[in-house]
Ligand binder design. Structure first.
Ligand SMILES: Nc1ncnc2c1ncn2[C@@H]1O[C@H](COP(=O)(O)OP(=O)(O)OP(=O)(O)O)[C@@H](O)[C@H]1O
Ligand SMILES: [Mg+2]
Length: 251
């Protein structure tokens, strides 16, 4: 099977600062992979290019065999890409249910005529509840999003992405700001969602227990370049990776 996502020679600079250099790799269907690297390595900037928030200066992005370089985020999402953010993008003043329901409705409206609005609403509500159930947030459905604990807000952000029925889901630091217990739960949850929703998933993460605990493939970014790509074992033992990044963590 062809890869889901192919990056071919992406380049991006902000003024004189080169943040993405010669970035090429492929993501296979059904893969659960991690991107690691020091602060400022260019991880989020890479996700911004893949999801159409930023246009690469050079290079090409192919998603399910179609070139998507230069398409808008909306067009890319409509093709089956979902994303949760390093800083959550939830609507704080809306209920937990509505946060997910609005995503479900938007997905249904891509494919339905307006006459079907009432049945779409019911279908979106059912789907939103099912997603909240998978996330363990169903009991909080009627609360306002800002009332949730930080960790639950991060999960809600993932719920909104799931509402758009992505085939490829990108998560930017899903466990950041969480307690060790919450991290453990989120790690298990990511794996569960990956299986349950039949996803290809790629997540950026600084928490090495999460990275080495669940990723099948790890990619290391360093100063905008892909320093290494391999299985968790290969990455863990790669001398270049240890000196550039992991050393401080593993000692
Ligand atoms: N819109 C922008 N304009 C100018 N510089 C930017 C912009 N976005 C990011 N940068 C810079 O690009 C570099 C890479 O940032 P990026 O956010 O991609 O890093 P990161 O690997 O996600 O880091 P972290 O682990 O801290 O989230 C940093 O030096 C950052 O300051
Ligand atoms: Mg980042």
């Amino acid at each position: 099977m062809d890869p889901v996502l192919i990056l071919d020679g992406l380049e991006k600079a902000f003024g004189g600062l080169q943040v993405t250099s010669a970035m090429s790799f492929s993501v296979e269907q059904g893969q659960l992979s991690a991107i690691i690297g020091p602060n400022g390595a260019g991880k989020t900037t890479l996700f911004n290019q893949i999801t159409g928030y930023l246009k690469p200066d050079r290079g090409r992005i192919t998603f399910y065999g179609e070139e998507i370089t230069g398409l808008t985020t909306e067009q890319i999402v409509a093709r089956g890409m979902g994303r949760a953010f390093q800083i959550t993008s939830i609507f704080p003043e809306e209920t937990v249910l509505d946060n997910v329901r609005v995503a479900c409705l938007s997905k249904l409206n891509q494919t339905r005529r307006p006459l079907k609005a009432v049945s779409s609403f019911k279908e979106a509500t059912d789907k939103a509840y099912a997603i909240l159930e998978s996330l363990g947030l169903k009991n909080h459905s009627d609360r306002l999003a800002f009332e949730l604990a930080h960790g639950d807000q991060k999960l809600l952000d993932i719920g909104m992405a799931l509402g758009l029925e992505p085939k490829l889901l990108l998560l930017d630091e899903p466990t950041s700001g969480m307690s060790p217990e919450e991290r453990q739960l989120t790690r298990d949850l990511i794996k569960k969602l990956w299986k349950e929703f039949n996803l290809t998933m790629m997540f950026i993460e600084h928490d090495m227990d999460t990275v080495f605990g669940i990723a099948q493939v790890v990619r290391v970014l360093h100063q905008g370049r892909l320093l290494a790509e391999g299985t968790p074992d290969e990455i863990h033992n790669n001398p270049e990776v240890i000196s550039a990044y992991l050393g401080e963590d593993l000692q």
